[in-house]
Design a protein around this ligand. Structure first.
Ligand SMILES: Nc1ncnc2c1ncn2[C@@H]1O[C@H](COP(=O)(O)OP(=O)(O)OP(=O)(O)O)[C@@H](O)[C@H]1O
Length: 372
């Protein structure tokens, strides 16, 4: 008679999630052994790889889970490493099928490819804020930073971890509840990536096929600015991805943003809507300064509606806001760091609209000409 009910211990340990896979460690085959000797419970956990960067998190989570379980006076956590056979079993359990899970016809993940005509309009800032907002509402969210030449997502969202490789499967770091993968995590700091079309296509394909995101409700792809190779690769690899076009209020920016949106006419993708960023800045005296002019977002939405032949809506206008820039610099997006600021409120309203948008054919240019 140990005084410890091992069933209660195991039930408590079911609440321990692998920090990267976000699934209970017992379901992943990581809980090797649980024994009790008087009040001492020994838990042996199998890590996916020897140098698992999150071993201290798992150790702490196991101890926390057993706090308060009747009869448990002390906990010993032994961390061991999976054998190649166990790793293969894990991989097969997680990803029984090869290929890109989000391109399967039965995939329930909404995929938004965030595009802009030119750089610096706040495309990445909008992406990370929408992702964090949806994750904070309990949705399972991922980001692929496909802006291979100007990757900025990891810094903006504070994803400081490195991806863990389990054989050919890559586990993405998680920041603010969002799974994030970026080419920036695989190259030395500030190293430029000089890749051309075919390399970019392969990198994106590998991110989508080999990175384990699990079941996602929403996946954001942060595209490079313009209408280049990556946008075309996305349409081939993820035909159901919907475009989100980000522009500033400025007429010149709106013109190039419209071109980024009209790519969808050639690729048959849906445009989920337009987001105007860097709209009026409210000054301390309450007046609004239209630094980049007005109306660019609505102009892009109207012109895309006309050229695609389906309604494309302006989903929101996000004002210039110092707190947004500060949140990005600190790696805590403004929807989390300053949720009642004007820019955060605007971004949350856009998130509302994305969350309720059905994943379907609405707004899709069908590429067929009606007869009669
Ligand atoms: N609404 C805003 N108010 C204040 N600053 C903003 C706003 N939107 C973006 N910024 C700032 O502008 C800069 C550029 O933003 P961001 O990196 O998101 O643009 P981008 O369009 O993704 O750029 P690139 O195409 O070069 O990747 C960042 O420093 C960001 O903090």
């Amino acid at each position: 008679m140990t005084g410890v009910d091992l069933r209660a211990v195991r039930a408590a340990l079911h609440g321990v999630l692998d920090p990267e896979l976000r699934r209970p460690i017992d379901e992943l085959g990581m809980l090797a052994d649980v024994t009790a000797d008087s009040g001492l419970v020994t838990v042996r956990v199998l890590l996916t790889i020897a140098g698992c960067p999150l071993r201290s998190t798992i150790d702490a989570d196991v101890r926390a889970a057993l706090t308060g379980v009747p009869g448990v006076d002390a906990v010993a956590v032994e961390l061991d490493v999976m054998s190649p056979q166990q790793r293969q079993e894990l991989r097969e359990r997680l990803r029984p099928e090869r290929g890109i899970p989000f391109s399967r016809p039965d995939s329930l993940t909404k995929v938004f490819a965030v595009a802009s005509g030119k750089g610096g309009v706040g495309k990445s800032s909008v992406t990370v804020n929408l992702a964090c907002e949806l994750a904070s509402r309990g949705l399972r969210v991922g980001i692929v930073d496909a802006d291979v030449h100007g990757f900025s997502v990891p810094a903006l969202i504070g994803a400081t971890g490195t991806p863990t490789r389990v054989d050919e499967m890559i586990l993405p770091p998680v920041a603010h509840g969002v799974k994030v993968i970026s080419i920036g995590m695989f190259v030395a700091r500030n190293q430029p990536v000089a890749w051309r079309g075919p390399m970019l296509h392969r990198a994106l394909e590998q991110f989508l096929a080999d990175v384990y995101f699990g079941d996602l409700d929403v996946l954001f792809l942060d595209l490079p600015p313009g209408t280049g190779d990556v946008a075309i690769s996305v349409s081939q690899l993820l035909p159901s991805a919907q475009l989100l076009v980000v522009t500033t209020p400025q007429a010149a920016a709106a013109d190039v943003a419209e071109r980024a949106g009209t790519v969808s006419a050639q690729t048959g993708q849906t445009v989920a809507g337009v987001i105007e960023n860097m709209s009026g800045l409210t000054l301390p005296d309450g007046t609004v300064m239209e630094v980049f002019g007005t109306g660019g977002g609505q102009r892009v939405a109207d012109r895309l509606s006309a050229s695609l032949g389906v309604p494309v809506e302006l989903l929101g206008t996000v004002p210039l806001d110092v707190a947004l820039r500060e949140g990005g610099d600190a790696g805590t997006p403004i929807v989390l760091s300053s949720p009642s600021s004007p820019a955060a409120v605007a971004l949350k309203a856009v998130a509302d609209r994305l969350a309720t948008q059905p994943r379907g054919l609405a707004g899709r240019s069908l590429g067929v000409t009606p007869v009669g």
